[in-house]
Design a protein. Sequence first.
Lengths: 150, 308
Amino acid sequence: MKITPISNGTAIDHIPGGLALKVCRILDIPEAETHSSISIAMYVSSKKMGFKDLVKIEDRELKRKEVDKIALIAPNATIIIIKDTEVTKKMQVSLPKKVMEIVKCSNPNCISNKNEPIVSEFSVENGSEIKLKCVYCERFVEDMMESIVW
Amino acid sequence: MNFKGKDVVSIRDFSKKEIEHILSVAKTMVPAAKGQEISELMKGKILATLFYEPSTRTNLSFKAAMLRLGGSTLGFTDAKGTSATKGETLADTIRMAEAYSDIVVLRHPQEGSARLAAQFSKQPVINAGDGAGQHPTQTLLDLFTIQDELGSIEGKNIALVGDLRYGRTAHSLAHALAMFDTKLTFVSPRTLKMPGEVIRHLEDEGAEPVISDDLESVIPDSDIIYVTRIQKERFPDPAEYIKVAGSYRLDQDMIKNAKQTMRIMHPLPRVNEIPPEIDATVHSAYFRQAFNGVPVRMALLALVGGVV
């Protein structure tokens, strides 16, 4: 593969082809005032997926909320943590049954978008694609990328 | 079956068995709802009716239901003059209302408001309509009316007519009717069709709804024609509205081939989709349907109040 290995950091593998830049957006990449190297590979051939994308980030470990956000658009992604050039942890992302805070309801008239002392909450419905249903207004999230809270 | 303290937020929170139980309790409430018997089931209890939006039938029938059960009501019928205009959150208003009452009824313009209210209130919350969201007590009184008019709901041919896209009544009712193995037909203009998502859900639940845009052809086989209002503001072109609304207007001629037992329902208010000449026919059931709001809401109050 034409990607430089990283010594310390995180690799996100098995991203569906074409979504690497969206994963980067979720991770706020490019970050201001950081010089850690980022490698992005798109449409790499994959036995399992046909094509996949891959993102490698030097000197960064992902937070739980960031991993959950990635799971929303890349539910089969693998997170690989590398320390001193060794893989120390490899795990597939997974979505909890309830998604809290990281997504906002796409219904502008939903009470969760008003000034109330609550956080957004969605139940996860797994089918051919992941669907999030707002526990307040019972509507489904229409555009996942537009609904993720940055 | 214990309903004490249960919130009534969405019809989806209820199983078929629970719905049947509510309907059977509602049946026992009819004499008291008509004033033929005196009930004191809710004596000493207070119902808070928080209506942030105007409503005629829902508001009056909830109050009538509580008074017929011997209880009292307090509340408001307009958000003006309440702390909401000073910026108070709904969560805070609800915590105040639950302290002053035993059951809270809420109508609010925002979707999901009743779910939020239920989270913050220790007292049971009944959703009396949250924006374009849920209106479960309307669905329950519609089911009660079908059962009362036809003897049962199971297996009946039911046509939902009019604005099936935006009408919250139609979505919740279709979901509930699917539980009763009814044969559903959705009759609407192309632009106001039942949303695909609602249809997919119904199919997942085992229903096989038929889609039509021809009201007249559907009438002879129907047991219930459930008409909803087509709103003028849904049409950017007024001429298009007049054309479409006209083709979904019932008249005497259209119903001449209907079964004698066929009943016409409407959540009201109607505009001109059902002309007054239909009122005197055996088919009209919409005013009885409006009355049924009282026994059904009495049943809910008594059930969540834990007195039946």
